[in-house]
Design a protein around this ligand. Structure first.
Ligand code: NAP
Length: 304
């Protein structure tokens, strides 16, 4: 039986692993994908202390290398369920069962889908949730970015260096993104903002390999509708936490509720990073959560 199983190998999980091993806890990280969370698909990180500018993937490689150097063990496995049995937790994965004294959930979140007609149909054929991954397919083309948060504006900036024209379609007349990103986006000649407007429909060729051709937009103030020829639609309307497999107290939208020790409503189960209720979802806050969770597990395991 492990002292601790950490579910997720993004910044929160890896940080928890490094701290746990250094606390002397017998620790295993379970990873569902080799790609470590949202940060690995982030083009450039400019707000993690010590690195004025670093590719998300490179930062994750450094985290992983550090974890391996201190002896963190990682295995593949998708967790399906967690059950408590006396003092132990049983973690059910697609590969079998693992027992641990404590569990840290660090499974992060994935991009939310809007649910408009055409979104699923054209996913991967003009509809994308990641400019770093798919932006190069839209060189010299026209794209629309939906959303007004940090993700939308970060990726609009990436796309502005590839596409001819980037339309940012936002449901309000004010962005949610941080000032520095806003200023950069406002100064780009090929980014145009379409305010107070939502995406109604994505239209494309009506065959098996059809690609996006057009978006239908609706102004939420005037109710005016318009269609716009477009080659790609990049959607950034928030995130959905990967927490469906665990039965602890959560918000209506699935974010895990914790106290400031990262304890959840179930003794021995902790949560860290983007999957929990937190006022800020950044690499720096995820690694902080991971460290706090590992310290709490150390106290817990010592007292069992
Ligand atoms: P977010 O901050 O929740 O922003 C989502 C955006 O989508 C908002 O502008 C929201 O509009 C809009 N929206 C939501 N539902 C919509 C709908 N149905 N139709 C149209 N628009 C809709 O999500 P995020 O940008 O993915 O960021 C998630 C977290 O990661 C945040 O904490 C963010 O700070 C962090 N992050 C940081 C960085 C960075 O620092 N470089 C980069 C990426 C993400 P309203 O504004 O009207 O609510």
């Amino acid at each position: 039986m492990y002292d601790l199983v950490i579910i997720g190998n993004g910044p929160a999980g890896i940080s928890a692993g490094i701290y746990a091993v250094r606390y002397g806890l017998d620790t295993l990280i379970l990873e569902k994908d080799v790609i470590s969370g949202q940060i690995a698909s982030t083009d450039i990180v400019e707000n993690y202390p010590g690195f004025s500018s670093i590719a998300g993937m490179e930062l994750m490689d450094k985290f992983k290398e550090h974890a391996e150097n201190v002896g963190v063990v990682t295995e593949d496995g998708e967790v399906i369920d967690i059950k408590s049995n006396g003092d132990k937790k049983i973690i059910f994965t697609n590969e079998g069962e693992i027992e641990a004294k404590a569990v840290i959930i660090a499974t992060g979140a994935n991009p939310r889908h809007i649910g408009v007609p055409g979104e699923e149909k054209f996913a991967g054929r003009g509809v994308s949730y990641c400019a770093t991954c798919d932006g190069p397919f839209f060189r010299s083309k026209n794209v629309a970015v939906i959303g007004g948060g940090d993700s939308a504006i970060t990726d609009a900036l990436i796309l502005s260096n590839l596409a001819s024209k980037v339309y940012v379609v936002h449901r309000r007349d004010e962005l949610r993104a941080t000032e520095v990103l806003q200023e950069r986006a406002f100064s780009k000649n090929n980014i145009e903002f379409i305010w107070n407007t939502v995406l109604d429909k994505i239209v494309g060729d009506d065959n098996e390999n059809g690609v996006v051709k057009m978006v239908a937009l609706k102004n939420v103030k005037s109710n005016d509708k318009k269609e716009m020829a477009i080659d790609g639609v990049f959607i950034y309307v928030g995130i959905v936490p990967n927490t469906g497999f665990v039965d602890v107290d959560k918000t209506q939208t699935g974010f895990i509720m914790t106290n400031d020790k990262m304890e959840t409503s179930v003794e021995g189960i902790y949560a860290a990073g983007d999957c929990r209720v937190t006022p800020l979802r950044q690499v720096v806050t995820a690694v902080s959560d991971g460290a706090i969770a590992a310290a709490s597990v150390h106290d817990f395991v010592k007292n069992i």
